[in-house]
Design a protein around this ligand. Sequence first.
Ligand code: PLP
Length: 288
Amino acid sequence: MDSQYLPMSEAKISVLDWGFLHSDATYDTVHIWGGRFFRLDLHLDRFFAGLEKLRMTIPFDRNGVAEILHNCVALSGHRSSYVEMICTRGASPTFSRDPRDAVNRFMAFAIPYGSVADAEQMQRGLHVAISQTVRIPAASVDPSIKNYHWLDLVRGLFDAYDRNAETALILDTAGNVAEGPGFNVFIVRDGALTTPATGVLPGITRRTVFDLCAEQGIPVTAGEVSVDALRKADEVFITSTAGGIMPVTALDGQPVADGKVGPVTMRLTALYWEKHADPAWSTPVRYP
Ligand code: PLP
């Protein structure tokens, strides 16, 4: 932050930053596993594309950002970590209301790795509620720009807690399944996978599932996922940098198929973690 490396407790932003006041920010999160970045290039691609779409500029190129991320991880010493890069609109020195007058701010941090699902939930599968909350439409906020517009997702979480579920899936304006708080979703039916095509963040873990399926010859498509198709699926799983591929075994209190973690989910999860040691998919952190 501001060309300095600081302990997390000292990393602070101004309350006048538009990132805080208006959610005017973009970010990306990459993870470290076994001392290696997983698919760092794809995260940098998405982050820099977001900056361009939001007309933000930072004083670093891809290599500069990658170096800062390496340094954050190396200085923290984490071997498994959740690493976030952020650009906020910043604040205007003259209190101008014109976003073009704001000085954009870049910051990055590394904290210990965290997962949507804990070890027990990974074993038995997550219990998910289908919230009636509608995801912010893509025509309002472009979901391909990773963003902090989370009030719909947080509302979904409270809906889920009220119904004794652990997390939520929320719908798009047509009533189809969109995504959840920090994850994409896949259904498996007769050996073929489907994930919502539009109105969602194009997740890097979602993309990784497509790449694994291509390698394994498993059919996968991005298309419409109705609530009915979700309820009738043989298997359901969610995907996120925070946890990878995570099984869902109950929807609104009803079991998904036989209520056990399914074979396709297990196979893809195992392959996902194997790839973390593969130099084609991961990069070692430059620890001192
Ligand atoms: N959807 C939303 C809204 C997210 O915030 C995230 C990640 O934070 C995802 C999906 C999953 O994306 P990724 O696999 O790149 O972590």
